[in-house]
Design a protein around this ligand. Structure first.
Ligand SMILES: C[S@@+](CC[C@H](N)C(=O)[O-])C[C@H]1O[C@@H](n2cnc3c(N)ncnc32)[C@H](O)[C@@H]1O
Length: 281
């Protein structure tokens, strides 16, 4: 019923509804709780866990995370990438904000279990109205979530506000290929605001308009969608998944009906920009 309400309901602005349906038992990972599509460039990457870590690694490197950084992770989900980044880059401190209460609750428990809770503060809240003072972070990262934000541009403005001068924003994000739109059912299920549906050139222009410099927006779609579609074909038939996943979601996840659409209309970008050092106080 909740799935039907998502498709037929009027709102395209409540992503937490989608994630409540997904929960933890409908994820296709084996050990992690990553909810991104993964980065599959290395042929040795064979599972969604490995692909999720590879995407987190790519974003951590793009953000140039380092030991002196205070980092804000926006849309952190169940927090796997925070654990990855803590181990790999040892930033001083992480804050996180996510709209879905279940994600915040589970991620907090996982930080306690991993023994890192004193270095990680996680809040329920929206990327477009963040309860943080201006200029309090060195890095803002958003791993595959800004397409949900209402709107992505409002988030760019918020990220700029909370970054220190010289601070860096880095994201991976889903968007249509230039000149295309997403289908309505996809937009409805994933609760994507219409305002976020533009191509990579406009994406770049909006980061620049928000005040960022050294802006780079690269498509990495060939290392995301095609290998993911291959993976999904076999993973959805795995006995463990057949046993634990909601049958309707498993049916909806079968790639045969949406693969042509994904190939012809979906882009996937790695984007970054820097808040200028020389700005008025
Ligand atoms: C595709 S999941 C990615 C989660 C995580 N970054 C990962 O890679 O596993 C998108 C996340 O964005 C969060 N989200 C959606 N809209 C949001 C908003 N307006 N503000 C903060 N978080 C939001 C969702 O709750 C969800 O956790």
């Amino acid at each position: 019923m909740a799935l039907l309400r998502l498709v037929l309901g009027p709102s395209r602005r409540r992503p937490e509804r989608f994630y409540s349906v997904l929960s933890t038992h409908n994820l296709l990972s084996e050990h992690s709780l990553f909810m991104n599509l993964g980065y599959w460039a290395d042929p040795g990457v064979r599972t969604l866990d490995e692909a999720g870590h590879a995407l987190a690694e790519l974003l951590g490197q793009t953000a140039r995370l380092g030991p002196r950084d205070e980092v804000l992770d926006v849309g952190f989900g169940f927090g796997d990438q925070i654990l990855h980044w803590l181990g790999r880059f040892q930033p001083r401190r992480f804050s996180g904000i996510d709209l879905t209460p279940l994600h915040v609750e589970v991620a907090r428990e996982r930080m306690v279990r991993a023994g890192v809770a004193s270095r990680v503060g996680l809040l329920v809240g929206s990327a477009t109205r963040m309860p943080f003072a201006p200029r309090c972070f060195d890095k803002v990262v958003a791993l595959e979530c800004a397409f949900h934000f209402d709107t992505r541009e409002d988030f760019f403005a918020e990220a700029w506000r909370v970054l220190r001068p010289g601070g860096r924003l880095a994201l991976t994000d889903i968007l249509p290929l230039t000149g295309h739109r997403f289908s309505r059912p996809f937009q409805a299920v994933w609760q994507i605001p219409r305002e976020n549906l533009y191509g990579r050139e406009i994406y770049r222009a909006r980061l620049v308009a928000a005040g960022f410099e050294d802006v780079e927006v690269h498509s990495i779609r060939e290392h995301v969608y095609e290998p993911l579609l291959r993976f999904l074909r076999q993973r959805l038939e795995a006995p463990e998944i057949v046993h634990r996943m909601n049958p309707l979601l498993r049916l909806a996840g079968r790639p045969w009906w949406y693969a042509p659409l994904v190939r012809s209309t979906f882009d996937y970008v790695l984007a970054t920009g820097v808040k200028p050092v020389s700005i008025a106080p």
